[in-house]
Design a protein around this ligand. Structure first.
Ligand SMILES: [Zn+2]
Length: 170
């Protein structure tokens, strides 16, 4: 039996996403500030990612320079399915809470910007880089572990970066 380690707001559900395969969507209206998910799992050193089954290597979420939250037992939960957008509607409080950055309409996909959580892991060979096809007018096309340093993003996401990055910014 697989045990859930994370918590998804019951107003949300996993569905097919036109841009990403699967994603998380609002089943009803959500107010700015509402908590959308609580991320749990196994705390792993970032280098442990390469020992996970290949299909699971994209899911661990960075919570500090050298550590991620993920699943050693390779269980994928709905909370692993939030997609990146360059024009997101959610962001972080602390490292494990995802909250609405603005009011969200029914049927909207819930996204955050991976720049809010990802940074270079000192001493590790793991490098994060991703092509983006989010179709936002401000799409950066390439998402990297250096993006949290971009001044416009620091401004736009201030208060919504994962705490370990937020502390480096202000
Ligand atoms: Zn994009």
């Amino acid at each position: 039996m697989s045990v859930k380690t994370s918590c998804l707001n019951p107003k949300l559900e996993a569905k097919h996403s036109k841009t990403h395969g699967k994603g998380i969507f609002a089943k009803e209206y959500i107010q700015k500030g509402e908590r959308l998910a609580i991320f749990g799992g196994d705390v792993m050193h970032i280098d442990e990612i390469s020992a996970l089954p290949v299909e699971c290597q994209n899911y661990p979420m960075q919570i500090e320079e050298r550590f991620v939250l993920g699943s050693r037992t390779a269980v994928i939960e709905d909370t692993d399915l939030f997609n990146h957008s360059c024009n997101p509607n959610s962001g972080f409080k602390g490292q494990i809470f995802l909250v609405a950055m603005r009011d969200i309409k029914k049927d909207e996909e819930i996204t955050f910007d991976y720049a809010m959580v990802v940074s270079k892991s000192i001493g590790s060979d793991i490098v994060f880089e991703m092509e983006c096809k989010c179709e936002s007018s401000n799409c950066r096309k390439r998402i990297t572990e250096e993006d949290w340093k971009i001044p416009e993003l620091r401004e736009k996401y201030n208060g919504y970066f994962s705490q370990y990055l937020q502390e480096k910014i202000y």
